[in-house]
Design a binder for this molecule. Structure first.
Ligand SMILES: [Zn+2]
Length: 280
């Protein structure tokens, strides 16, 4: 417990973390089945997913360290054991997605899988005095398989240099759905945060690449990116024969277009003052 308090103090001192931890993000959200063996166990804003298999479960995104108890309660509310998590996979190296990795590792012993390109940055986000527990590094196109479910990593650089989206196939009523857990296409913070050289080109290529995936079930690292609140309300009211609200190919395309637009607008604002250095 003392260790946790110390790390909370250290986190509070970090400007990046302060920037990233808006109020209410960690509030609980009703856990629910998205489709097939994939469940939502995240907070009100930070999306975490549990993939349940006969050989144990996969958790995607530990979120903040303070999110882990919220995720654990959600897993248990659905009737699953937190200790059955065998693999923890990450989206990208920001504290609101990997800050809880140490705690999940400690509670479950899960194998921690992180994208190779983002690995160094990921190591920045661990409790004071601890080492980030990375067990396996994955590259673009590599897969994670457990109990008959396979997830494929797709590198989507920009938001971070090694941002990873994950895809899998889910089944419902005899039909198979291409399911995409997007990383983040958010480039609106450009004015306040310089990321890395080449970021602008990466973002632009990623918005193009994003449209090449045949997305049917659209999920993301943030609940608001895929309008979870609205879709969950529809799920609650869903009757026999009603469509699954998470099947949203058009919503996905609209999201990509919207974030490309806000990125270009942020870039234009940053390049506006003549004294500013050009591009990246
Ligand atoms: Zn992020």
């Amino acid at each position: 417990m003392r260790k946790l308090m110390l790390s909370a103090f250290a986190l509070a001192l970090s400007p990046l973390v302060a920037f990233c931890q808006p109020k209410g993000w960690n509030d609980p959200f009703p856990p629910h089945r998205v489709m097939d063996n994939l469940y939502y166990v995240g907070t009100k804003e930070l999306a975490s997913f549990l993939i349940v298999t006969p050989q144990g479960n996969i958790l995607m995104n530990s979120d903040y360290e303070t999110s882990v108890p919220v995720i654990k309660a959600s897993v248990e509310k659905l009737g699953f054991k937190f200790s059955d998590i065998k693999i923890l996979i990450a989206g990208h190296a920001h504290p609101d997605h990997v800050g809880g990795d140490n705690m999940v590792k400690e509670l479950t012993g899960a194998q921690v899988v992180v994208g190779r390109v983002d690995a160094d940055k990921t190591k920045d986000f661990h409790p004071a005095g601890q080492v980030h527990p990375i067990d396996r590094l994955v590259d673009d196109g590599e897969t994670v398989t457990l109990g008959g479910t396979t997830l494929t990593a797709h590198i989507m650089p920009g938001h971070t240099r090694g941002c990873l989206a994950w895809s899998t196939e889910l089944k419902e009523d005899g039909k198979s759905y291409y399911t995409f857990i997007e990383c983040s296409l958010n480039g609106q913070f450009l004015q306040s945060l310089d990321q890395y050289p080449g970021m602008v080109d990466d973002f632009r290529a990623t918005y193009k690449k994003a449209l090449t995936f045949p997305v049917e079930v659209f999920l993301s690292s943030h609940a608001s990116f895929y309008n979870l609140a609205e879709k969950y309300a529809k799920l609650e009211k869903r009757g026999p024969g009603d469509p699954n609200p998470f099947v949203d190919p058009e919503g996905y395309k609209a999201h990509v277009a919207q974030y490309e637009k806000t990125f270009e607008a942020a870039l234009a604002r940053r390049q506006a003052p003549p004294a500013e250095k050009k591009g990246n």
